[in-house]
Design a protein around this ligand. Structure first.
Ligand SMILES: [Zn+2]
Length: 187
């Protein structure tokens, strides 16, 4: 038996902190995801949000094209119907959007919510931007707002035990449903 195995389990009460009632599942293997290869910071071919609008809608999974911003399905959805609102311009910070882009960014976020409400009747939504890789942005160089529909009981044990999310609808089917449900007025 090695010395390490002889060590008693560490008692959590010996550490500094305030208990909050949550158990922790430590996943150091996910550091590979955190520190792994990321899309290029440069505009153009290495950036998925620069590339998507150059493809046709079905191939690029584009849901809606505005004047300054567009809506695209997330290739790595947290939930069925997870879309991203992006400016066409390759900018990383919300404060770098022009007034016109900011207005359309907001209008398209609202339109995406309405389309999701009409097509799949979610019970709630998560909305938001992760600015910078440290904040969780997978593509930090090109700003994008997540619009994630939520249903009661939509998160189960699969993401924890199997690194797998159960998604009941294919991306192209979800895209087509949103296109069909897209509201005419975006205000
Ligand atoms: Zn870009």
């Amino acid at each position: 038996m090695t010395e390490a195995n002889d060590r008693p389990l560490e008692d959590e009460r010996s550490f500094v902190g305030v208990p909050d009632g949550f158990d922790r599942l430590w996943t150091p293997h996910r550091m590979a995801y955190v520190t792994g290869e990321r899309p290029s910071d440069e505009a153009g071919e290495g950036c998925p949000f620069c590339v998507a609008p150059d493809k046709d809608d079905a191939e690029g999974l584009v849901v809606h094209r505005g004047e300054t911003c567009f809506v695209v399905m997330n290739l790595f959805p947290y939930n069925a119907g997870h879309v991203l609102v992006c400016p066409y311009r390759h900018v990383s910070l919300y404060v770098d959007l022009t007034d016109e882009e900011t207005a359309e960014f907001t209008a398209l976020t609202k339109a995406a919510i309405r389309a999701l409400q009409a097509s799949s009747n979610p019970h709630g939504f998560n909305l938001g931007m992760n600015q910078g890789a440290v904040a969780g942005a997978g593509v930090a160089a090109h700003l994008h707002q997540h619009v994630i529909p939520r249903w009661g009981g939509d998160m189960n044990f699969l993401p924890i035990v199997a690194q797998t999310k159960a998604l009941p609808i294919l991306l192209e089917d979800a895209r087509a449903a949103l296109v069909a449900a897209w509201p005419d007025a975006q205000a």
